[in-house]
Design a protein around this ligand. Structure first.
Ligand code: FES
Ligand code: MG
Length: 580
């Protein structure tokens, strides 16, 4: 077999090999009906698919993969689809976040171990997008992402229903007696009415947009609904483009620069994106060696207003965002305000500023003009500091209640979400609307996996009195579709003895979001005494072996993106040793 194509092309070490090894590499591939021409030196393109029927948001990715394949063939490449584990938010226990790093590990190892020259990353549900980006960053072969697209807008009784967001709303309506259980059963069937990921600006839509803002996804492709034919056209274009990227040797390390992260952080503020993006961008930056800290997030959003009027912060849904022009409009508005690094290169090989320069907005209600935003500049995800969160915490201002952004109240403390749920419906639960509910034990090591449990429901008795929001504080996360005045990602977490572990019911806590502070109003001496008495919570048997042991032993705190300590950095694509 003649070695065609550039001698440095990675796949030639397999398919261009002579002797017994080359025969093994080629021969078994022929059982899929490929003729010898596919080994002629053309770029071999892996299509990393997180398809799974257990991840409903990704259940159509097999069809998206077919469109990518078509594009790869059109451009003269050789496409090969392979599965990377899928993480579905809705079914996985104790939380899909426990497995984001495993998605990244599986993806990284499969890309590196196989004869690939480039890779297309197919994702959808929340953790699959950052997981695959982290994988591709650590191998650093040419890579382009194709997200699966959002579901069509949910529709119930003539109105829009947002996935996730309306789960919390309907739950509160039923508890408050304004909706019957039967009505709720009908409504749940109206929420998820097509393939695709959540169509609110939850974590999946956020990460799809940020993959585009980072330059890793083709411009304009984040928001096409999963069932729109243009989703499939976009996938096909990505298939063609990855073949050219291999020829150009355009790698993630050239795309994922500090400038790209700054663009993504500002885009996240402008779209009213998920707090989970903070964790995922920090973890991704760690993979490519870009210096990025929590403080950068707060500093970068100060001048950025929330432009996109989508649930959970606003009114509309991803279909509306798509038809209004999608992310390119947002990026253009950032560029016109001088807040986009236009020269940051994207997977197209061009600067992102060039890509969005002509983006037209078709609906100023959905994507607001810069001078009449949904929320004023600096109202994105705030980063808090103080003696309750020495390594930071975050709060999504656009999803919070303005009257609670400066608040002092009595702490009512729970060691786990389960402890809270056990009393939250009780008529005699001793809690008042101006109390601060603390739910700890939900951090990366504590739960383990940092679940989306921080926005615990308002106590039922208070709900019936018309209370719609209270300050809640946790070392866990909140779903990107959630809302409320919720302090998240408190670091260090309670399970490692962070100050959150020392709070007692009756203490006073002061939150001042404009000043970016979160303080426990207890003397240093008293806290030192409590710290001396603190003992690490006992671990369950399930945490003493297997993956959960690995996770707890190596996961870093939220301020470092909860990546494994041994996965930071890039390990490249070299595999020096043969298998036969
Ligand atoms: Fe998969 Fe929301 S549950 S994206
Ligand atoms: Mg989620």
């Amino acid at each position: 077999m003649d070695a065609q194509g550039p001698p440095t092309r990675r796949s030639r070490h397999w398919f261009g090999a002579e002797g017994r090894s080359g025969m093994v590499y080629r021969s078994w591939m022929r059982n899929q009906g490929h003729g010898p021409e596919v080994f002629d030196g053309r770029p071999v393109i892996g299509i990393a698919s997180t398809w799974s029927e257990l991840a409903p948001c990704n259940a159509h990715l097999d069809r998206v993969a077919e469109s990518v394949k078509r594009g790869v063939w059109q451009a003269g490449g050789f496409p090969l689809v392979f599965p990377v584990m899928a993480t579905g938010e809705t079914l996985m226990r104790p939380t899909a976040m426990l497995y984001r790093n495993l998605v990244a590990m599986v993806g990284e190892e499969l890309i590196r171990a196989n004869p690939l020259d480039g890779v297309v990353l197919l994702s959808g549900c929340d953790k699959t997008t950052p997981g695959l980006l982290m994988a591709a960053a650590s191998v650093d072969l040419p890579a382009v992402m194709v997200t699966g697209g959002p579901m069509l807008n949910g529709k119930y009784q003539g109105g829009d229903v947002g996935s996730g967001t309306h789960v919390w709303k309907f739950e509160a309506e039923v508890k408050a007696g304004r909706m019957t259980v039967d009505e709720c059963h009908v409504a749940e069937g109206c929420m998820a009415r097509s393939n695709g990921h959540c169509m609110t600006m939850g974590t999946a839509s956020t990460m799809a947009c940020l993959a585009e803002a980072l330059g890793m996804q083709l411009p304009g492709s984040a928001s096409w609904p999963a069932v729109d034919s243009r989703r499939y056209e976009t996938a096909q274009a990505a298939g063609r483009r990855i073949v050219a990227m291999v020829e150009e040797d355009l790698r993630p390390s050239a795309v994922l620069t500090r400038a790209a992260f700054e663009n993504a952080i500002r885009a996240n503020a402008a779209i009213g994106g998920s707090t989970n993006a903070v964790l995922h961008l920090l973890a991704l930056a760690g993979r490519v060696g870009v210096e990025l800290g929590l403080d950068d997030f707060d500093a970068l959003i100060r001048q950025v207003p929330t432009l996109v009027d989508l649930m959970p912060s606003g009114r509309f849904l991803m279909e509306d965002f798509c038809y209004a022009g999608g992310l390119p409009v947002v990026l253009r508005r950032l560029a016109e305000a001088g807040l986009l690094h236009g020269d940051a290169v994207t997977v197209t090989g061009r600067g992102i500023g060039t890509e969005v320069a002509d983006a037209a907005c078709w609906n100023d209600e959905v994507i607001r003009p810069w001078d009449s935003p949904l929320q004023a500049a600096g109202s994105g995800t705030a980063v808090l500091a103080g003696n309750l969160c020495p390594r930071g915490a975050v709060l999504k201002q656009s999803a919070a209640s303005p009257h609670l952004l400066v608040h002092e109240g009595r702490a009512v403390v729970f060691d786990s979400p389960e402890d809270y749920h056990a009393v939250c419906d009780d008529e005699d639960f001793d809690v008042a609307a101006d109390d601060v509910i603390v739910v700890r034990g939900a951090g990366p090591k504590g739960y383990p996996g940092m679940p989306e449990v921080a926005n615990v429901p308002i106590p039922t008795r208070l709900l019936r009195q018309g209370v719609t929001d209270m300050v809640r504080i946790s070392d866990g996360r909140m779903s990107g579709t959630g809302f409320g005045t919720v302090v998240l990602h408190v670091s260090p977490e309670a399970a490692v003895g962070g100050p959150l572990a020392l709070v007692r019911t009756g203490d006073r806590i002061r939150l001042d979001v404009p000043a970016r502070t979160l303080d426990l109003l207890v003397s240093e001496n008293e806290l030192a005494e409590r710290a001396a008495d603190w003992t690490e919570p006992a671990r369950s048997a399930a945490d003493r072996s297997g993956y959960r042991w690995l996770y707890r032993a190596h996961v870093q705190q939220a301020d470092l993106g909860a990546d494994f300590d041994f996965l930071t950095g890039s390990r490249g694509s070299e595999v020096p040793r043969d298998s036969h």
